[in-house]
Design a protein around this ligand. Structure first.
Ligand SMILES: Nc1nc2c(c(=O)[nH]1)N(C=O)[C@@H](CNc1ccc(C(=O)N[C@@H](CCC(=O)O)C(=O)O)cc1)CN2
Ligand SMILES: Nc1ncnc2c1ncn2[C@@H]1O[C@H](COP(=O)(O)OP(=O)(O)OP(=O)(O)O)[C@@H](O)[C@H]1O
Length: 192
């Protein structure tokens, strides 16, 4: 028997390899397509507070999205790993120097105020894997699952490459479901 944890570990390895193997042209295409498709979200015009991430390990690059959001007056947040190993969203002020976290990923400095997760209009999550029902596979730390276990932000949208789709991911009790997945093929609305 393979447990959901074992299955996830195996899938994670495979899908992270696939993600890292994408050439720069595919990566750039995915980033551009994501930025173009984002405004197709319902209520985009009312979305003001957005958490995104800075890419690592072949994740979809969010620079175009960050640029678009800033140019249209949105307030941006980035995930920050706290002292107790919890993830929260910290204000990302333009031009403020970022610090490297324990994984080498840049995050806002300790002085940057925390955003209340429930008041975020949109959280863009980096995905290792995804399925059409909105189940997601992350890096395995459970960071996003724990951060989003309480009152939910307005919309949860995963960013991924098409090659990271799997038929069906094992869902566990704590897994947080996505509303949409955004890939180079456009916006996928999740549902059963
Ligand atoms: N871009 C980005 N930022 C993010 C996340 C993410 O998935 N992507 N996170 C979402 O959770 C948090 C960090 N979580 C992470 C969890 C594991 C690893 C990782 O690379 N682990 C390595 C080995 C561990 C180590 O270096 O100590 C590995 O599994 O190979 C990275 C980030 C916060 N920021
Ligand atoms: N809401 C929660 N409360 C307590 N522990 C949790 C919660 N969510 C996840 N965890 C723990 O985190 C571990 C990793 O979870 P999982 O394999 O679903 O990670 P992931 O979704 O890939 O990671 P991430 O959420 O960082 O992207 C689980 O083994 C679980 O014990």
């Amino acid at each position: 028997m393979t447990s959901p944890d074992q299955l996830k570990t195996q899938l994670r390895r495979e899908l992270r390899e696939r993600r890292r193997a994408l050439d720069p042209a595919r990566q750039q295409g995915a980033a551009r397509a994501a930025a173009l498709a984002l405004p197709a979200l319902p209520d985009w015009d009312r979305i003001a507070r957005i958490a995104l991430y800075l890419p690592a390990d072949g994740e979809v690059d969010t620079r175009d999205i960050a640029h678009l959001c800033r140019a249209t007056g949105r307030t941006l947040y980035l995930p920050r790993v706290g002292a107790r190993g919890e993830l929260h969203f910290a204000l990302w002020r333009e031009g403020v120097p970022l610090h490297s976290n324990r994984y080498g990923i840049p995050e806002p400095p300790p002085s940057a105020p925390r955003g209340d997760t429930a008041t975020l209009d949109l959280v863009l999550l980096p995905l290792v894997g995804w399925d059409r029902r909105g189940n997601r596979l992350g890096m395995g730390g459970g960071y996003y699952d724990r951060a989003l276990a309480g009152p939910r932000p307005g919309l949860l949208v995963g960013l991924a490459h098409g090659v990271q789709e799997v038929e069906r991911l094992p869902a566990q009790a704590w897994d947080v479901r996505l509303d949409y997945v955004l890939t180079e093929q456009g916006l996928h609305r999740c549902g059963d």
